[in-house]
Design a protein around this ligand. Structure first.
Ligand code: AMP
Length: 313
């Protein structure tokens, strides 16, 4: 029997408390993971599992896995009977073809990490499997202002690409639970909107960002940083912390100015530093300290573009 999330939980978003970001390993019962390359095979297998009453949790990724991804898997295993992870470097969401070509791939290591993390299934489709009719004339989703602000402004077409792959993956997996990272804050809001556009019932879990000891948000792109760039890269989380600690009513311009100076000093080329409403990412100019707000940064270290954010309250 398929366990349906009750109506009132429709596309419910659950923000984990910050402490949940620290992984505490669950016992791994078995080191067996099934690998599917075709949507139809996965769909059939999932349907047999759902008919046995198993609940499905889904963690979509682009691979080059790190502790942040494993934390999503860990959280998923806590709530779902079966944890499905996908690895698919989605060409449709890369507005910069060089960024796509240079995206790190480490599939063998990923398979080992996922197996040891107790993942039930890895879905590893080809581009043809996800886009059997090619990538011309794809559907367009009405994402509202989210599509063109912040990441959308600097990466035109990115969120349509995210929606194209997510809609296909969600239709294949039909999960009861979806796990994504707060690290990609705007992506979470976009996917939340997509879930309601597609009228899908699931519980959406947004998991806090896992960081390196020095504060740098874990990211597959960190692998592309040179040793010097890696040292500089901590300036992003330091700048976000400074904003979080110092922002009060009426001092936004000087506080953001200092954050920008910090990034400049660390050789970053900054796309944006923004304080925004956490619900829809509309810019906040004079934060009253009460409204749920988030500070977001996107900046280049050399040719590696890094993003990060921190909730202010
Ligand atoms: P990606 O492979 O970069 O597409 O990321 C796959 C999922 O992992 C997305 O939901 C990301 O938000 C999430 N994620 C990436 N980095 C982190 C991190 N440092 N902490 C927690 N989640 C993350």
């Amino acid at each position: 029997m398929i366990r349906r999330i009750p109506e009132k939980q429709f596309a419910k978003v659950r923000l984990f408390p910050e402490k949940a970001a620290v992984a505490s390993p669950l016992g791994v019962k078995t080191l067996k993971m099934i690998l599917f390359k075709r949507s139809l095979d996965l769909k059939q297998w999932l349907s047999s599992q759902k008919s046995k009453g198993k609940t499905i949790g889904f963690v979509p990724t682009m691979g080059a896995l790190h502790a942040g991804h494993l934390n999503l898997i860990e959280n998923c295993r806590r709530v779902a009977d079966l944890t499905i992870c996908s690895i698919f470097v989605n060409p449709a969401q890369f507005n910069d073809s060089k960024d796509f070509e240079k995206y790190p791939v480490s599939i063998e290591k990923d398979i080992e990490m996922l197996t040891h993390a107790g993942t039930s299934v890895l879905f590893l489709p080809s581009v043809e499997e996800i886009y059997p009719g090619g990538r011309a004339n794809l559907e367009n989703y009405d994402l509202g202002p989210l599509e063109t602000i912040l990441e959308g402004r600097y990466r035109p077409g990115h969120f349509q690409g995210v929606c194209q792959v997510m809609s296909r993956l969600l239709k294949t997996v039909e999960p009861d639970h979806l796990f994504m990272g707060q690290k990609d804050f705007q992506q979470c809001l976009v996917v939340q909107r997509l879930i309601s556009i597609l009228n899908i019932r699931l519980e959406f879990h947004i998991v806090p960002t896992v960081r390196e000891k020095d504060g740098l948000a874990q990211s597959s792109r960190n692998l592309r940083l040179t040793a010097d760039q890696r040292k500089n890269a901590t300036a992003i989380s330091e700048a976000l912390n400074d904003i979080r600690q110092n922002l009060t009513d009426g001092n936004e311009a000087p506080v953001l100015g200092l954050a920008r100076k910090k990034l400049d000093a660390a050789d970053f080329k900054t796309d944006y530093i923004q304080v925004a409403r956490a619900t829809d990412l509309q810019p906040i100019e004079n934060w009253n300290g009460k409204e749920k707000a988030v500070a977001l940064i996107a900046a280049f270290q050399g040719d590696v573009r890094l993003i990060d954010n921190m909730l202010l309250n």
